[in-house]
Design a protein. Structure first.
Length: 146
């Protein structure tokens, strides 16, 4: 057996598991991040910080951002509407990274940067085999063939 096969084969063989693990961890992290904004009484402060960014409709934008983190986190963890959900979170993290924390040192913007990178990877890879998206697609195909 070739050494290259021993080193690389396990990673390629379990790609869907790796995608699931990334999706799940990022989803749980975002879920807790959004939960703090929506349900702990800190939404008003978050909405005020959004209004200082100069974005139109700051209350609506704050609601969409917090919702994309909380509900998007749930959807990512489950693998439901994965690419669309990842895109919405990508937009939220783009504003956080390039607008809200634009002048901050990297140590402050690091969390937004990591979420931004992770959801962009999920947008590219999709949900993988261990997801509701895969199960729904397989179920639809099973019943549409008959």
């Amino acid at each position: 057996m070739k050494i290259r096969t021993l080193i690389y084969a396990p990673f390629f063989k379990h790609g869907d598991l790796a995608i699931f693990w990334l999706r799940f961890l990022v989803g749980i992290g975002l879920l807790t991040h959004g939960y703090g904004k929506l349900f702990t009484g800190s939404f008003t402060g978050f909405a005020d910080s959004v209004s200082h960014l100069g974005l139109p409709f700051p209350q609506l934008m704050a609601s969409l951002a917090a919702g994309s983190e909380f509900f998007g986190g749930i959807f990512l963890a489950l693998g439901f509407g994965t690419r669309f959900t990842a895109f919405m979170i990508f937009c939220t993290m783009s504003v956080a990274l390039f607008v809200r924390h634009a002048d901050d040192p990297f140590s402050i913007k690091e969390k937004a940067f990591l979420y931004w990178g992770a959801v962009s990877t999920i947008m590219i890879t999709g949900s993988g085999k261990y997801s509701l998206d895969y199960w729904i697609k397989r179920t639809i195909n099973q019943y549409s063939d008959g």
